[in-house]
Design a protein around this ligand. Structure first.
Ligand code: LMR
Length: 395
């Protein structure tokens, strides 16, 4: 009846399905961005377990949430983004809605922008998270790339980035990664954030900061420094938060969309359109993940436990970066992998080609995204030696 060809598999989630179907006992998954501990498990954080126990005892109803979700998710999200007592919070210039994950936040933002900036082109870093393009094209926007990754230096293509920023037209939308760039692990430096603030002010650009990894780079406060360059310039921005990674709440689908405006009145007006967009997609968010986040961030001892557990995840990833670089140096001198020590967050662009990625999958049951992106959080003391052996062999 529909006469459709097969849709292509998702480059990240499709890979997870292929991994699950592989029966080899020593298979290694460095594909999807999911944290694994030293034993290869994706644990439920202790802070989450404690919050869930409380919720089980105290919850009295499963009636609908309001369109923006649990009110405390909004207030705590703003504290994480801006800092407690920040002027933006005091002045009522930010409004936040809880969303089904970071993807939900981005899709709500896209539908909101169709109301606010229907003529805009949406600009993505090259490369970017594969789903960015899909989301904004699905919402009807033309999507273009700005230069970002420099293969030769395995770092930021600062010149290309600045030049492409100049070419962005008045009123367009810039998608920026708040920290821990996905897929490259290469973050914008201070000069780049300042250039963005300058161009956004001059050309009335919308900056939408995708902030899916707060706390995975250097720390909760350090990771928001780029966002704060934009805020300090007085810009109105949109922020898509995710609590999938930093709370380990992947399958609870919990994130948030925040709009920061120049005045409280503008914030209220913009938020009314965000709510209208939500109503048209999913009406109101699911409750459980939001209540977990609100419970943890609402109580000092649970919050302290979460911050400690987040620091442990961050430290383990950094440690695995160093171990991987050392492991590769011990095995070969063809490629200097030191750049991986300078990248931030869960991911690294390994520099492996698509052919090498496919060979690793075929010969060694090692699963890496086609772009060569490695989920460093999937490296463990048990798999690092076979991993480094296999990679050294395909170089
Ligand atoms: C990733 O980039 O691997 C994660 O954000 C998971 C996803 O939805 O793609």
């Amino acid at each position: 009846m529909f006469q459709l060809d097969l849709a292509p598999a998702d480059p990240i989630l499709g890979l997870t399905e292929t991994f699950k179907a592989d029966t080899h006992p020593d298979k290694i998954n460095l594909g999807v961005g999911v944290y694994q501990d030293a034993t290869g498990q994706t644990p439920i954080l202790e802070a989450v377990k404690q919050a869930e126990r409380r919720l089980l005892e105290t919850e009295t109803s499963k009636s609908y949430l309001s369109i923006p979700g649990v009110p405390e998710v909004a207030s705590h999200t703003q504290e994480l983004l801006f800092g407690e007592g920040h002027a933006i919070i005091r002045e009522g210039r930010a409004k936040t809605a809880q969303t089904p994950g970071g993807t939900g936040a981005l899709r709500v933002a896209a539908d909101f922008l169709q109301r606010a900036r229907p003529q805009a082109t949406v600009w993505l870093s090259n490369p970017s998270w594969a789903n960015h393009r899909t989301i904004f094209e699905a919402a009807g926007f033309p999507v273009k790339d700005y230069r970002y990754y420099d293969r030769a230096s395995q770092g930021l293509n600062g010149e290309g980035f600045m030049a492409d920023l100049e070419g962005v037209a008045d009123g367009d939308v810039l998608i920026l990664h708040g920290c821990c760039h996905n897929p490259s692990g290469i973050d914008l430096d201070q000069a780049a954030w300042e250039a963005i603030a300058h161009q956004a002010t001059a050309k009335n650009l919308v900056c939408l900061v995708d902030f899916a990894y707060q706390g995975f780079g250097e720390g909760l406060e350090e990771d928001r420094s780029g966002l704060h360059v934009l805020l300090n310039a007085g810009l109105a921005v949109l922020v898509a938060s995710s609590y999938s990674k930093n709370f380990g709440l992947y399958n609870e689908r919990i994130g948030a969309i925040t709009v920061v405006e120049e005045t409280a009145e503008e914030a209220v007006n913009a938020f009314s359109h965000i709510q209208a967009a939500i109503r048209a997609i999913y009406s109101s968010p699911p409750a459980h993940g939001g209540k977990i986040v609100a419970t943890i961030l609402g109580e000092d001892s649970l919050k302290a436990l979460w911050i400690q557990e987040l620091a442990e995840m961050r430290a383990r990833i950094k440690h695995m970066r160093q171990a991987f670089v050392q492991g590769m140096t011990d095995r070969q001198q063809t490629v200097d992998f030191d750049f991986i020590n300078h990248q931030k967050g869960m991911f690294s662009f390994s520099g492996l080609s698509q052919d090498q990625v496919l060979k690793l999958r075929h010969d060694n049951h090692i699963y890496i995204v086609g772009s060569g992106r490695i989920n460093v959080a999937g490296i463990t003391p048990a798999n690092i030696d076979p991993l480094c052996d296999a990679i050294a062999k395909v170089l």
